[in-house]
Write a protein that binds this ligand. Structure first.
Ligand SMILES: Nc1ncnc2c1ncn2[C@@H]1O[C@H](COP(=O)(O)OP(=O)(O)OP(=O)(O)O)[C@@H](O)[C@H]1O
Ligand SMILES: [Mg+2]
Length: 240
């Protein structure tokens, strides 16, 4: 196998249920190196459940291969250690800890010495976090907390970053800033699986996209093709 060309993520026939209600009904998708892949779809489609299944915190059946190896039997922390890192919906930062300590926690599984350099790189990416490095995370604005959540996930040295609604509740200006920061991850050798309600913005920076509906993938293709598809536009993008 040509190393540089292997898939970052390959899921095949992934299924998951809450009790007797199946909410992932056989999902297959791929993420290639350096790709940004958008996952869009209406409320309750199963997007968050899919990311949680990939992280290993939601039980699921089916195959998940990461960088060419099966990981579906691994516990969550071992997936993180391999470079599959999620920044969860709702942010879940530690409000009573400082910005800096939150970032440090994101690197807790790492044994290498580059942690402070990586932290400085995150401060370059989000300068407002540097200004507020000693502030308690709970006192940050919504947008700053979202930047911190992404920064903390990046401290885990992801090869694939799973993002769940990073622009949720942010002002348009901050949405643009977060989306631009995500687009820039491509240059840092990080692939991204991006779940977004703001499907137009997500597809605007993505290479490819998948549209989910009731636990199934119903459309997929290049981001440009999805943005131009009339069925996708009217049903999921709010464009007539
Ligand atoms: N803990 C849970 N227990 C039972 N059902 C759940 C649970 N979490 C989610 N569900 C149900 O599973 C389905 C998929 O939910 P999920 O949160 O994955 O969707 P989503 O695509 O992320 O939606 P949204 O766009 O609202 O975030 C929904 O019908 C939801 O009601
Ligand atoms: Mg969700």
């Amino acid at each position: 196998m040509v190393r540089g060309k292997r898939l970052v993520l390959e899921i095949s026939n992934l299924r998951s249920a809450y009790g007797r209600i199946e909410v992932l009904r056989g999902i297959s998708l791929q993420v290639r190196p350096n790709e940004i892949v958008a996952l869009v779809g209406s409320n309750g489609a199963g997007k968050t459940t899919l990311l949680r299944a990939l992280s290993g915190v939601q039980p699921a059946k089916g195959e998940i291969s990461f960088l060419g190896e099966r990981i579906d039997r691994l516990p969550p922390h071992r997936r993180v250690a391999r470079g599959l890192v999620q920044s969860p919906e709702g942010r879940q930062i530690f409000g009573s800890l400082s910005v800096e300590d939150n970032l440090r926690l994101g690197g807790y599984l790492r044994k290498d010495k580059a942690i402070s350099e990586d932290r400085d790189r995150i401060y370059d990416m989000f300068p407002v976090l540097k200004e507020r490095r000693q502030a308690l995370a709970g006192g940050l604005s919504g947008g700053q907390q979202q930047m911190l959540a992404i920064g903390r996930a990046l401290m885990g040295k992801p090869k694939l970053l799973l993002l769940d609604e990073p622009s949720l509740g942010l002002s348009p200006l901050l949405v643009d800033q977060i989306i631009a920061a995500i687009a820039d991850l491509r240059t840092k050798d990080i692939a991204v699986l991006l779940v977004e309600q703001n499907a137009v913005a997500a597809l605007g920076i993505a290479d490819r996209g998948y549209v989910m509906e009731s636990g199934l993938i119903v459309h997929d293709g290049s981001a440009a093709a999805l943005l131009a598809d009339d069925r996708v536009k009217s049903a999921y993008l709010g464009i007539a």
